[in-house]
Design a protein around this ligand. Structure first.
Ligand SMILES: C[S@@+](CC[C@H](N)C(=O)[O-])C[C@H]1O[C@@H](n2cnc3c(N)ncnc32)[C@H](O)[C@@H]1O
Length: 281
């Protein structure tokens, strides 16, 4: 089983590397408040038997799609199949893509199942699986020009649906996540990364970039969670500065090597160092 979406900053390739830094004795509840493609969740849920799981992200369209995968996978697959058939039969796949993007932005779909099918369709046919909204909240990623886009893997959607049963899935700012926790939890946080250069990194998923003041708001919140004995594991970028070492000076900080998917600076693609910050040794 793997994530059913491509996601910028997705942890699919390094989930096992990250797991090395999970607590040796892990709390019975799991929470992931910057869900995106959910790579860590899908990896961990196959290995651990968590009692309660809470997944969340600020993107409502993303979270609605998870809820449809959870509750109506067969209806979703049926509509995805219709989109795939029309796309493959169309004279101009590029024109078809822009028509569907417009439909998404005009919110002219029938219901949340169709919206979710469109969300997955756009994710698989747009440039690099990027999810970017402009300041008006419109999805503005161009067509991806893939020869054989994968669209969806029916069995994988059904497996994802199975492991999302009994999971609480909510759309909210990370600060609200405490309202949904039931008991001490292992919380993996993968926020938009702090850009390693002024122009290099994509960290604007929601029409608003995740600035240093957001990183600091998050650090304040993490310290509150830590004081309540939740187990914290946080990913972020490493730019050779002391920024995160200062921000998390009472935490354990490890460097790992990771390959970065999207970086506008070609020379910065490939393996780079990232940080994993935890409140346990
Ligand atoms: C780096 S991505 C997470 C990638 C994910 N770990 C994966 O493997 O695909 C960061 C996510 O944080 C979400 N996000 C941004 N600001 C947020 C906020 N204030 N509260 C909650 N989620 C937020 C974005 O929508 C995005 O999906």
């Amino acid at each position: 089983m793997k994530p059913f979406l491509k996601w910028v900053g997705g942890k699919n390739k390094i989930a096992s590397q990250i797991e090395v830094y999970a607590p040796k004795i892990i709390h019975e509840n799991y929470c992931e408040p910057f869900l995106g493609g959910g790579a860590m969740f899908f990896y961990l849920v196959q290995k651990y038997n968590f009692r309660n799981i809470v997944l969340s992200d600020i993107s409502k369209d993303l979270i609605d799609t998870y809820v449809i995968v959870q509750k109506k996978p067969l209806d979703l697959i049926r509509i995805l199949n219709e989109y795939k058939t029309h796309f493959l039969a169309s004279n101009s796949q590029e024109d078809f893509y822009y028509q569907i993007r417009e439909k998404f932005n005009e919110r002219s779909f029938l219901d949340k199942v169709e919206k979710s099918a469109i969300f997955i369709f756009l994710n698989k046919t747009c440039f690099n699986g990027l999810y970017r909204l402009n300041s008006k909240g419109f999805f503005n990623v161009p067509f991806g020009f893939y020869k054989n886009p994968s669209f969806y893997d029916e069995e994988n959607i059904l497996s994802c649906s199975k492991c999302l049963q009994n999971v609480e899935i909510v759309s909210c700012d990370f600060l609200k996540i405490e309202n949904y926790l039931s008991g001490k939890s292992f919380i993996y946080l993968d926020p938009p990364y702090r850009p390693i250069t002024k122009t290099s990194s994509f960290n604007n998923y929601s029409g608003k970039s995740f600035s240093d003041s957001e990183q600091e708001r998050l650090a304040t919140f993490i310290k509150i969670l830590s004081a309540k004995d939740h187990q914290i594991l946080l990913s972020n970028s490493y730019d050779e500065s002391d920024y995160f070492f200062d921000l998390y000076k009472d935490f354990f900080i490890h460097k790992i090597k990771a390959s970065r998917n999207i970086n506008s600076v070609g020379s910065k693609r490939g393996k780079i160092e990232e940080l994993l910050i935890s409140n346990y040794g």
